[in-house]
Design a binder for this molecule. Structure first.
Ligand code: ARG
Length: 474
């Protein structure tokens, strides 16, 4: 099969090398973006007179027909055409004949592929924002539905202080909020047009890059043509956004796995989001939470892979850069898939508030409050800590807990104890007195919920606005 670049060559490609070098088996995903970019390029070429209006509209119509065929699943891509750009051009030629050859005027695959990837990532940012918001909504829903449930908060996975279950969930909502803001911030650096850089040096044709940017809804153009075709920072940043989000999801996944064990028994997964064992009839496994946790690794892998690929690459385009796509595509599928499964998995969790409470009230989770009690009565906190430490040791030896001690026992450790100690260390008091901003007290958690709802609606507006903004007009 004759190559689109075949003029200089007298011999055909080695079959294995040809397929080794091809990217069509993964970059076919870029088809709609490639066509969108080409339509804008051809439109501009017509407007500035590099192509006649007739030629330009013939190409644009042809590209639209190719797009329609692609949408109907009629396009078969060929390895011999190497990548999506040349496959599309081949189909365009099939549609409109030799005038298709004019599309590549003042353009190279180097600025073309960079443009496609910008367009692709831009769309994925919006999908990620929607996926993150859906999970945030599920977490907020679970928090609101179980506002009074108290579970042990842990440090070092040892019971530390009791917290509202809602508070624990809202920690994830905050983490996800940062992910969402990170993706949004990336928009600035993704929404810049590389097209017009040519192979690396710009072009001798009097193109209008700003017009292409306008047609494609980019906020600006790359200032330097060599940077435009060599830059993959935006892809790395995107992978980092994905990696960080997966890290958060993996922590949530881990907690769901732990909480749904017989040992914890805090939650039960819905049958829809758990699996059985082929040998042990009693099993109900948190496979999907585990898988989210597990899949985090491949996203980190993609980030590391692309960093490594780009390290030390001389300017400008090098074929190494073709390796960017699989990392980006795989991370995209993984993040969107994980978010899609996590949201309903969380929304359908059943809570065992009694088990949470039982665990929260054991393990001396109110010891800090007993020390705070003494400190509030004037004892330096260090000394208060020492007194309560001794009390705890006493309780451990007697196999009891602080709440079950008599006032006399308390007094034998410090004369500052009075009968209001029992209220001070009661579970509800311990939680609800923490009313400082960001604390676990119900009123503080309700404030948090309110602020989070505002942020969620703000993100939804932003996403909708940008979705409408980038909807292709041509
Ligand atoms: N498939 C290539 C890639 O993904 C497109 C750019 C090819 N450019 C070139 N000069 N060979 O990077």
């Amino acid at each position: 099969m004759k190559k689109l670049w075949g003029g200089r060559f007298s011999d055909g490609a080695d079959a294995f090398a040809e397929s080794f070098g091809a990217s069509i088996h993964f970059d076919h995903i870029l088809a709609p973006f490639d066509i969108e970019g080409s339509i804008a390029h051809a439109t501009m070429l017509g407007e500035v007179g590099i192509l006649t209006t007739g030629e330009s509209s013939q190409i644009v119509d042809g590209l639209r027909r190719v797009k329609a065929r692609w949408e109907r699943g009629e396009l078969e891509f060929r390895i011999s055409d190497e990548d999506i750009h040349m496959n599309i051009e081949r189909y365009l030629t099939e549609e409109i004949g030799p005038v298709a050859g004019k599309l590549h005027t003042a353009r190279s695959r180097n600025d073309q592929v960079a443009t496609d990837l910008h367009l692709f990532i831009r769309t994925q940012i919006l999908l990620a924002l929607e996926g993150i918001s859906a999970l945030q909504v599920a977490l907020v829903g679970l928090a609101e539905g179980n506002k009074n449930a108290i579970l042990p908060g842990y440090t070092h996975l040892q019971r530390a202080q009791p917290v509202l279950f809602a508070h624990h969930l809202l920690a994830y909502v905050s983490m996800l909020q940062r992910d969402s803001e990170r993706f949004r911030d990336l928009w600035k650096r993704v929404n810049v047009l590389p097209l017009g850089a040519g192979a690396l040096a710009g072009t001798t044709f009097p193109i209008n890059r700003e017009r292409v940017a306008e047609l494609l809804k980019f906020d600006g153009v790359y200032e330097n043509s060599m940077d435009a075709v060599s830059d993959r920072d935006f892809a790395l940043e995107y992978l980092n956004c994905c990696a960080m989000d997966m890290m958060h999801l993996s922590r949530l996944g881990e907690e769901v796995v732990l909480w749904s064990t017989g040992e914890f028994g805090f939650v039960e997964l819905s049958d829809k989001f758990s699996t059985g064992s082929s040998i042990m009839p009693q099993k109900k496994n948190a496979d999907f939470a585990e898988l989210i946790r597990g899949k985090t690794g491949r996203v980190y892998g993609g980030l590391t892979a692309l960093y490594t690929t780009l390290k030390g690459l001389p300017l400008a385009y090098n074929k190494d850069m073709q390796e960017d796509k699989e990392c980006v595509f795989d991370a995209t599928d993984t993040v969107l898939g994980s978010l899609t499964v996590a949201a309903p998995m969380i929304a359908t969790l059943t809570i065992n508030a009694d088990a949470m409470r039982a665990h929260a009230s054991r393990g001396f989770t109110n010891a800090t409050d007993a020390a705070d009690y003494l400190a509030k009565k004037g004892l330096p906190f260090r000394e208060a800590h020492e007194v309560v430490g001794k009390l705890v040791r006493h309780c451990v030896e007697k196999r009891t807990d602080l709440d079950s001690l008599s006032l006399d026992s308390f007094k034998s450790f410090s004369s500052l104890f009075d009968d209001d100690i029992f209220d001070a260390i009661a579970l509800e008091t311990v939680v609800n007195r923490r009313t400082t901003r960001g604390g676990t007290g119900l009123s503080a958690v309700e404030d948090q919920l309110k602020r989070m709802q505002e942020k969620l609606s703000e993100t939804a507006e932003w996403t909708e606005l940008h979705r409408r903004m980038i909807a292709p007009s041509c």
